[in-house]
Write a protein that binds this ligand. Structure first.
Ligand code: URA
Length: 189
């Protein structure tokens, strides 16, 4: 797909999996389309489905706070997307068939953004993007490089809400992300 307009329109009328039957809105993505840093979550929850924007519930508020610590925001210098663009009912994990059906949209977004750094939020995004054996408890904050793009994963903000004892590790991971952005990005910080 050669333009954002075409991609967004096609994605918003997607009927490739069953999730289209229960969605209110397709949650395509938000942020700067020429960002050097792309964040990828799992999938929309109830608030996101209603608003059509990723990470606008409680986990989203925490994500905004986390980003602010290192000078990032969806309004200025990053893009945020999800593995699946439609809400799985009752916030269950997206099924493999749904992830596979949806992956082309994200692949096209990554091509258009051409990010230098991809940050996965939580296990599901990290397993889909970095390595199917990714263990978020052991591997968060580690860095990987594939085809010139640097990848890392943080605990999902919803996991940080459930278990605040994970927050100090995430602070360290965020500071390392900030350091890496300064090293490899030209326009972000
Ligand atoms: N959790 C996610 O992974 N993505 C969202 O957009 C909201 C909550």
């Amino acid at each position: 797909m050669d333009s954002w307009e075409k991609l967004e329109a096609a994605c918003k009328s997607c009927v490739k999996c069953e999730l289209h039957t229960t969605r209110t809105n397709v949650v395509f993505g938000v942020g700067s389309r020429d960002a050097e840093v792309l964040f990828i979550g799992e999938g929309p929850g109830e608030k996101e489905d209603l608003k059509g924007e990723p990470f606008v519930g409680r986990a989203g508020e925490l994500l905004n706070d986390m980003l602010k610590i290192i000078g990032l925001s969806r309004e200025t210098n990053i893009y945020i997307a999800n593995i699946v663009k439609c809400r799985p009912p009752n916030n269950r994990d997206p099924h493999n068939t749904e992830r596979e059906a949806c992956f082309d949209w994200l692949r096209e977004q990554i091509k258009l953004i051409n990010p230098k750094i991809i940050v996965c939020l939580g296990r599901i995004a990290a397993c889909e993007i970095i390595d199917s054996n990714f263990k978020i408890t052991a591997d968060h904050g580690k860095w990987f490089e594939i085809d010139g793009i640097k990848y890392t994963a943080l605990f999902h903000p919803a996991a940080l809400l459930r278990d605040p004892t994970k927050r100090p590790d995430t602070f360290i991971d965020l500071k390392e992300l900030e350091r890496t952005i300064k090293e490899v990005c030209e326009r972000t910080l």
